[in-house]
Each structure stands twice: as C-alpha cells, then as structure tokens.
Design a protein around this ligand. Structure first.
Ligand code: ADP
Length: 435
C-alpha cells in the first residue's frame, strides 16, 4: 500500500496583529499536516484564529513567522490549488445561477464554449438541476450555498477549505447540504483531494470529518488532534459518536477537577452521588456571557456578585454548575472561562443546546436517568417514580429538587420532555440525521 501524499504542511506558524500596546498573538506555534484523502475539521471558540489560519493556509495572509508548504513547496502568495467557501458566499445578484458558476470557469481560463456545459454539470452535481436560469434572489439560503459550492468546485481545488459553510442556514438545509457534500466527497466525483472545514459546531465536525483539530484562544493554538474512525453514515445517537463528541468537549473544557470529585457516582451506586446544582440555564448563560466580556475571560467571584446583582447564594451554585460542566475553572477566588465556556458564550441558541446536552449526558445523574427512561415502556416514567428512586440517595426534599433540576436541564438540552398534566417525563425522540 502506498502512503497517501502529504498535501499541506503548516510548520511553526505564528500570526501577530498590531504593534506596540496593541500587539497581540492571534495564533501561536501552529503545526498541522493534511494528507490526500483527509477530511479535517477545525473547531474552537470564536477568536481562536480559525479564519486567520485558513487565510494563511490559502496564502491570502503571510504569517508573521513559520512556513506553509503545499506539496513540498513553500506557499508564497495565493495558493492556486486551494479555494475557500465562506459562510455567506457572495453571488452576483444580476447574474443567473449558471452565469455565477461560469464566471469562476472564465477566471480559470476555460474556453467560452465549454463553460456552459461544465457549469450545467457542476450544478447538477450539487443538486441544482433545473435552477440554471434562476436568479440568486429566487433561491433559498441552502440553494444559494449550493451555488457557492458549485462555484468553488468549478475552480477544481485540490484543497477545499470551508469556513462555517453551514452556519447561516436553517437546520434542515444545513443537514441536507452536509449530506450532499459528503456524498460528493465519498463518491470521488470531485477533483478535491482534501477538505478542511472550519466550524464551531462539534457535532457537525464529528459527523463529517476523519480528524478533528481542536483550538483554544488567547493565544490561538492547537490543543488536541483527534481521529474520528467511524464509518459513514454516522448516527448521532450511537454511543461511539457521542463518545467522540464528548472527547472534543473534554479537550475544550480541560480537566477542571479530579475525575472522581467532578463526576461522583450514579444514584444507587456505591459512591457519593453528586447533586445537580439548582440553577436556571439562562442564569448560567448570563454568567458565562459576563465572563466572556472580561479581559482574559476571567473575574473575581465576589466582584461578579456585585456586578450581576445576584446574591452569593445564587452565585455559588452557578459557579459550581459552570465548573461541573467544564465551562469555567475556579482557582483562588477567580473564575476563568475554559475554551468550552467561550464556545458556549459565543454560540447560537441551537449550538448552546447541543453543547449543554453533550455535557450533561456525561453526568452520572443524567446517565442514570436517561438509562432508566431508555428501558421504560414508551421511554416514559412518572415524576414520582424517579423521585422515589432518588430518595435512596437523598432526603425527599432534595430528591424532588434534583428531579426538578434534571427536568429543567434536560428540557433545555432537548434530551427530555415533561408533560405537566400527566407528570410524565419522556425521552425526546430525535429527528433522523440526514433528512
Ligand atoms: P476565528 O475565526 O476563530 O473566530 P479569527 O482568525 O477571525 O478567529 O481571529 C483571531 C483573533 O485575531 C481575534 O481576536 C480577531 O479579533 C483578531 N484579528 C483577526 N483579523 C485581524 C486583523 N486583520 N487585525 C487585527 N486583529 C485581527
């Protein structure tokens, strides 16, 4: 078997912006290799330098130091073998869909008579057959992004860089487009030899990529590089999938406390069962946002009590929840956001729910509860049944509180539903991945 050729090599890259007082390091000591056949995802909180790195890789920016090699040659100026698809791919509104693709072919020097035929074939590949003569304004966001893909494909890039290509789309269009991209890539229908996808959506990264490179910020740097050796199509509910997602979250969260103390044991088990701190998710989000607005994402806990106008009785459970979920670390009275906390603070509501779900699923209390529901008839149990089970571990008042918090957190994360009339707690049934 021949080894796949190395396509891209980033060696010791640093990027510094500004001078004097305002000088700061956007990315530090980046080392990254991409081989032919690899689909790599780059994840991390906003501001960790993902876009900067993409610009350096494609030659749009020259790094302050370090070097980028493409097929063993130093990249100096724009790399003609790499193309970027951006989050909102700008189409020319006065040109039809087909003309928008032909323009890219023209720039590449394709003769006029071949352009139409090639453009039609590309549009067909991305599933836009029949829309050649439509104008961008007539298309949905997802279809416009498909034109963007077709235009990027027209350049026939060996390295296709995608900068948050699905984040501006609604959930269903994004999911459909991910499926189509994967199909094109897996079928080998496109000349692309490697894909580098920048995203802050960890589930998206795990569902598509062979490797996930995790970055943290201040300074922007690589903190983990994980292999995702799961066959396609990947199911988000599979234990292996969830495990990989958890690994990325754990890398972002860092180890904030010793594992045994952090997690406790499951209800009914031998060890101490750790209670869920009694906090509302919106208040937790508020705290993380407040921290994200501080220099270095750090603050004195007592100062926060003053600023957020909450009393310390409320702040402590919030701080505890933030630490338990890996959103912040606490040392010497200071609270600091982890890369995961930064990601959460920056994320859309939907992504926040996903992050929250991934984090609470690993808590023994939730593992126990989800397991119980999984085994129950119609995946449903009465509140009182769960409370009674918890009364082996806690006094009745605390057991009731724990069910209340679990239901609130579980509903927010869309893992559970609760019907107040029947007092039944159910597992939330998940929509299929590639709809
Ligand atoms: P990401 O894509 O992960 O959100 P970016 O690469 O856009 O991160 O930015 C990394 C850091 O560099 C951010 O703090 C951003 O404000 C800063 N930055 C990006 N581009 C410039 C620039 N041209 N001049 C100064 N600072 C910049």
């Amino acid at each position: 078997m021949t080894m796949p050729a190395t396509l891209l090599e980033v060696r010791g890259v640093h990027q510094i912006y500004g001078t004097g007082e305002r000088r700061f390091t956007a990315v530090q000591d980046i080392n990254l290799t991409l081989k032919e056949g690899e689909f790599v995802a780059l994840v991390g909180p906003s501001g960790c330098g993902k876009s900067t790195l993409l610009r350096i890789i494609t030659g749009l920016n020259k790094p302050s130091s370090g070097v980028v090699l493409y097929r063993d040659n130093v990249v100096d100026g724009v790399n003609p073998h790499a193309t970027i698809v951006f989050q909102t791919f700008a189409l020319f509104p006065w040109l039809t869909v087909q003309q928008n693709v032909e323009i890219a072919l023209k720039v590449r020097g394709v003769a006029q008579k071949e352009r139409a035929e090639k453009a039609v074939a590309l549009l067909d590949k991305v599933g836009l057959d029949g829309f050649e003569n439509a104008y961008p304004r007539e298309l949905s966001g997802g279809m416009r992004q498909k034109v963007g893909f077709a235009r990027a494909m027209a350049v026939e890039p060996e390295l296709l860089c995608l900068d948050e290509p699905f984040s501006a789309l609604d959930v269903l269009s994004a999911e459909a487009l991910r499926g189509e991209l994967l199909e094109l890539w897996e079928a080998g229908d496109i000349p692309t030899k490697a894909i580098l996808l920048v995203t802050h959506n960890i589930e998206e990264a795990i569902s598509l990529a062979d490797r996930v490179v995790v970055m943290a910020k201040e300074p922007g740097r690589i903190i983990a590089d994980l292999t995702v050796d799961l066959p396609h199509p990947r199911q988000r509910k599979d234990a292996d999938f969830i495990h990989k997602v958890d690994m990325v979250y754990a890398a972002l969260a860092g180890q904030t406390q010793p594992e045994a103390l952090e997690m406790g044991s499951e209800p009914g088990g031998a060890g101490r069962t750790r209670t869920l701190p009694d906090v509302q998710v919106t208040n937790l989000a508020g705290l993380l946002e407040a921290l994200a607005n501080k220099p270095d994402d750090r603050a004195d806990i007592y100062q926060l009590v003053d600023e957020l106008k909450i009393d310390s009785n409320h702040l402590f459970p919030l701080a505890e929840a933030a630490e338990l979920l890996g959103f912040a670390s606490i040392a010497k009275g200071d609270m600091t956001l982890t890369a995961l906390g930064q990601t959460f603070a920056d994320a859309s509501i939907l992504t926040r729910k996903e992050i929250f779900a991934a984090r609470i699923r690993r808590l023994p209390m939730f593992r126990w509860l989800l397991n119980l529901l999984e085994r129950a008839d119609a995946h449903r149990l009465g509140w009182d049944v769960i409370q009674s089970a918890l009364e082996f571990d806690f006094p009745p008042v605390e057991a009731e509180k724990q069910v209340e918090v679990a239901v609130h957190w579980g509903r927010y994360a869309e893992l559970l539903t609760y019907d107040d009339d029947t007092a039944l707690i159910s597992l939330e049934e998940e929509a299929p991945v590639h709809a």
